[in-house]
Design a binder for this molecule. Structure first.
Ligand code: PEP
Ligand code: MN
Length: 276
């Protein structure tokens, strides 16, 4: 493994805690939820209200979408960011949104509370340096073909520019399996905790691509000690402009939240049980 310096777990250094809205990331469990893409004001604001009601602590939504095909919906850009701003005003939820171009970092910071670096851009080093200069919290997704060492070195790029606010996100890697969209590598949760002081969250929506697998894989992530989860939810998934098959309806999300919070509490009882 290439040596990591600033990200490395160090007994003289506390684990990183990042205050975003009313959440202390790294200290308390939280869920980020929202649509894959910002499609309209109604879709985004209604989704935001619904996920907040069920307990989400941040709103996700892409205004710039890194799509496999250049002919697929690319996001609403600035218009999408303005919609996210409205959703934040309505709900108070901090905004997590993706930045795909280093030239956009400065002005996207006016709308975003957390800058997401997507899997496809994990090793876009000029983008990493730019978000490193911004000091905004950064959600760094694992590249779909990346090793843990490569991923942590990308975090190192951000940290070494003077931005300590990095959250890692496991979102699955490409394997020979085709039933799932990606293979969600839950082992990264304890592995990251073993090597670094950075918080780690899991994205079971992109990690599986299947609605039916999101809750069980969230359970697995919680059991492995994850700091938080990021999931996709949409008021009308069937008509979504991207990732139709993995977005939860508000009803499914409400049930999901109840169960994962229950599991979280049960797991804490075991983890915190005094040893005798
Ligand atoms: C997303 O979260 O919107 C996204 C595109 O995810 P990923 O980069 O993990 O594919
Ligand atoms: Mn998506």
């Amino acid at each position: 493994m290439d040596e990591i310096k600033l990200a490395a777990l160090n007994k003289n250094l506390d684990r990183t805690i990042i205050k975003i809205g009313n959440v202390s990331v790294g200290e308390e469990f939280f869920v980020i939820a929202g649509p894959c893409s910002v499609e309209s004001e109604k879709q985004t604001v209604e989704t935001a209200i619904a996920v907040k009601k069920s307990g989400a602590k941040m709103l996700r939504g892409g205004a710039f979408k890194p799509r496999t095909s250049p002919y697929a919906f690319q996001g609403l850009g600035l218009k999408g960011l303005k919609i996210l701003e409205k959703a934040k005003k309505e709900t108070g939820l901090p905004i997590v949104t993706e930045v795909i171009d280093s030239r956009d970092v400065t002005w996207i910071c006016e709308y975003a509370d957390v800058l997401q670096i997507g899997a496809r851009n994990m090793q876009n080093f000029s983008l990493l340096k730019e978000v490193g200069k911004s000091k905004k919290p950064v959600l760094l997704k694992r590249g779909m073909h990346s090793t843990l060492s490569e991923w942590l070195n990308c975090a190192e790029y951000i940290l070494s520019e003077g931005n300590p606010n990095v959250i890692l996100c496991e979102r699955g890697i490409r394997t020979f399996e085709t039933y799932t969209r990606n293979t969600l590598d839950i082992s990264m949760v304890p592995a990251v905790k073993e090597l670094t002081h950075l918080p780690i969250i899991v994205d079971p929506s992109h990690g599986t691509g299947r609605l039916s697998l999101i809750k069980p894989m969230s359970f697995a992530a919680i059991a492995a000690g994850v700091d938080g989860l990021i999931v996709e939810a949409h008021i009308d998934p069937r008509n979504a402009k991207s990732d139709k098959d993995q977005q939860m309806t508000p009803e499914i999300f409400a049930d999901y939240m109840k169960d994962i919070n229950g599991l979280y509490d049960a797991v804490q009882k075991i983890i915190n049980k005094p040893k005798n």
